[in-house]
Ligand binder design. Structure first.
Ligand SMILES: [Zn+2]
Ligand SMILES: [Zn+2]
Ligand SMILES: [Zn+2]
Length: 279
């Protein structure tokens, strides 16, 4: 029988995932060993995990705890959560974690453990965010803790981000909340295939190299939760620091337009990003 690191029974369940249908183990690309889950790998392996790139999805890397069959990643992703060999049901909820095992791209990929957890905005987080004041030259992003600001933050289009050491470290908004008035006139919102997003990090966390990771995980959250794969945002054209972060993530600069924000005329640049995620 194939050894599964972290398994607590003969069907590959582990102490992290041990419901009825948690009956697959995953072989990790980095060490070629089967583990019960990514936590099992993190606890036992002693090295950073790698995920399987698309050009290696023909590898037998999924072990069925029902019959011991080894499925290729491709077979597993297309089996509709039933083992093609014995018919046992796999947990469809596992698909939420596919990105922790399988990459959406060819080539080698290091697994980056998610750092941020996103939640629908609540009053506590909104109250905290509404006091955020940014230093010059970023004062246009500062909040005022007015009723209007709180109401806006609670309009259902905002989510706050939590990390292990900070209950509210950033936010992401989508839809109308992420748009600026001048954008309508200039036609940048005409293409409805894109979802508009806006992001903010707590003032003390900006400018420290946290941006790329925060943007990447925000997009991943929106993609997983709402299925969007085409993203659009606007950034003040003078804000090269922010633009650089978005470009590092893969956003491409589009046209420039003017919009008034709180009575001030500001030039914005629209940026687009389409991800052809497969999983
Ligand atoms: Zn490993
Ligand atoms: Zn586990
Ligand atoms: Zn099976």
């Amino acid at each position: 029988m194939i050894h599964v690191v972290g398994a607590i029974d003969g069907q590959t369940r582990c102490r992290h995932y041990h419901q009825d249908r948690d009956v697959i183990a995953i072989k990790f690309k980095c060490c070629n060993k089967y583990y019960g889950c990514y936590y099992c790998h993190e606890e036992a392996a002693g090295h950073d995990a790698m995920v399987w790139p698309t050009d290696e999805w023909h590898t037998h890397a999924i072990l069925c705890g029902g019959c011991g069959a080894e499925l290729t990643i491709e077979e597993y992703l297309h089996c509709d959560y039933n083992c093609p060999s014995c018919g046992i049901s796999f947990n469809p909820g596992c698909s939420n974690h596919n990105h922790l095992y399988f990459a959406s791209y060819p080539g080698e990929r290091k697994l980056i453990m998610p750092k941020y957890q996103f939640h629908a905005m609540n009053e506590e987080a909104a109250a905290a965010i509404s006091t955020w004041i940014y230093p010059t030259p970023y004062t246009m992003y500062s909040m005022d803790d007015s009723e209007d600001t709180l109401e806006e933050l609670m309009n259902g289009e905002y989510f706050y981000a939590e990390t292990a050491d900070n209950p509210c470290i950033g936010f992401v908004c989508m839809g109308g909340s992420a748009r600026v008035p001048g954008g309508y006139v200039s036609g940048i919102y005409d293409n409805e295939a894109y979802i508009d997003i806006g992001l903010g990090l707590e003032p003390t966390r900006t400018g420290q190299g946290n941006g790329t990771e925060f943007v990447t995980e925000s997009l991943e959250f929106i993609r997983r939760t709402y299925g969007h794969t085409n993203f659009r945002l606007v950034v003040a054209s003078w804000n090269e620091r922010a633009m650089k972060v978005y470009q590092q993530v893969g956003f491409i600069k589009g046209k420039e337009f003017a919009s008034s924000v709180r009575g001030q005329e500001i030039n914005f640049t629209v940026m687009h990003y389409s991800s052809s995620f497969l999983i």
